[in-house]
Design a protein around this ligand. Structure first.
Ligand code: PLP
Length: 398
């Protein structure tokens, strides 16, 4: 009889988004035709930039002609895209060689696949509240997961915990779900901590394009010593609306070595075995994101989401509700008013004002009592949702 990976049985049911969908469907059944305003989504709502669409069309045409047709590309990514991304890093003063850039189908794929490099006996440290895939991917691999609970005191971006037994450290900045960012000083502390212990940081920079504050690092490689302890995982999903188009990239520096092994070399070996790379057409579309025109256009889209975030934070400030995020991130993380629990607040907003958000408890136990609002929705819906929220809570917050 085949022996199964029994660790799957240890996974907690993924109830967060399923639970939201179930409750909203039930509400709509009871109140047909009511207009729900959805601020729970982590998906983008604006289409791809015109420069990307043009590049995608051109790439399709390339595939129709013998002289420009592309078959298999290098598994780790097309040189034109690896070079474009390396140049993009160089523009902000971060030296990355094109060969250190690995093109992927997205950050989720990569966050799971990269675990192949580490022994299941190593321990993962996840700063919670966290993107749920960090914990689940490690549980599937049979790895021990330690949690470091962030909170209001540290602005949901904690310092390293000297007591933690961590080999593989997940840091997400700007964070999903809290919208918090790590300062240069905090990231330096994490990098020093990882280098001292021989640990490896997996730095999830999926939301780096939303950083406004000029002092906040976009990349872990802005920090001294990061090249010997960090891997950066990035995505065009939120930066450029690629959630359905799919493209990400991972940076593994040559200097990153553990137990005599080069992680960059291991990952090259892994990719050349387990994938034949990302489609030529999509890589061409992605390269357009890094042209001056593409950059300008995607910044225009990000501005729309930022406008939504300002509407949300403005309403919460007016109501005197504690929140973080929104300034350097598309998410606003608010405290539920009057001591309500996350799901209790979810039900209250759904029933009273037909606004849908995401209960913080779904991102880890320490997210209880908090709630995530997303700025990826439609601007008019966001304004209306916040008017409804103000109408509901004005004068009602303790
Ligand atoms: N990392 C974080 C923190 C995310 O929030 C998401 C998606 O919501 C991802 C990674 C996944 O991104 P991708 O669409 O590239 O798989």
């Amino acid at each position: 009889m085949i022996e199964m990976n029994v660790h799957y049985a240890e996974l907690k049911e993924s109830y967060l988004f399923a639970g939201i969908a179930k409750k909203t469907e039930a509400y709509l059944e009871r109140h047909p035709g009511s207009r729900l305003l959805r601020l729970g989504i982590g998906d983008v709502s604006l289409p791809l930039a015109p420069a990307v669409i043009e590049a995608l069309h051109e790439a399709v045409d390339d595939q129709s002609r013998k002289e420009s047709f592309q078959g298999y590309l290098p598994e780790c990514g097309a040189p034109f895209l690896r070079e474009a991304i390396a140049r993009h890093y160089a523009e902000s003063g971060v030296e990355v060689a094109p060969k250190e850039v690995f093109i992927s189908s997205g950050a989720s794929d990569e966050l799971g696949d990269i675990l192949d490099l580490f022994s299941p006996r190593s321990a993962a440290l996840v700063v919670e509240p966290a993107y749920p895939a960090y914990v689940d991917a490690n549980v599937m691999a049979g790895r021990r997961v330690e949690r470091l609970e962030a909170g209001k005191d540290d602005g949901f971006a904690p310092w390293p915990d000297p007591e933690a037994k961590a080999d593989l450290i997940y840091l997400c900045s700007p964070s999903n779900p809290t919208g918090s960012v790590y300062s240069r000083k905090k990231l330096q502390a994490w990098v020093d901590y990882a280098n001292e212990r021989g640990a490896v940081i997996l730095f999830d920079a999926a939301y780096e394009a939303f950083i406004e504050d000029p002092g906040t690092p976009h990349s872990i490689f802005e920090i001294d010593g990061a090249r010997t302890c960090a891997i950066e995982i990035c995505s065009l999903s939120k930066t450029a609306g690629f959630t359905g188009t799919r493209l990400g990239y991972t940076i593994i520096p040559k200097e990153l070595r553990r137990e005599g092994l080069s992680l960059d070399g291991m990952w090259t070996r892994n990719r050349t075995t387990k994938t034949n790379g990302v489609s030529y057409i999509i890589q061409k579309g992605a390269a357009a994101v890094f042209t001056p025109e593409g950059r300008r256009q995607i910044e225009g889209n990000i501005k729309v989401y930022k406008g939504n975030a300002r509407v949300i934070t403005g309403a919460l400030s007016e109501l005197g509700i504690w929140y973080c995020g929104g300034e350097n991130a598309p998410y606003v993380w608010m405290e539920c008013p009057n001591g309500m629990l996350s799901w209790e607040f979810f039900d209250y907003l759904l029933e009273e004002i037909q606004v849908v958000g995401t209960p913080g408890e779904g991102f880890g136990v320490c997210g209880e009592g908090f709630f995530r609002l997303s700025s990826f929705g439609d601007p008019d819906d966001t304004i209306e949702a916040m008017e409804r929220l103000k109408g509901l809570l004005r004068g009602a917050c303790a």
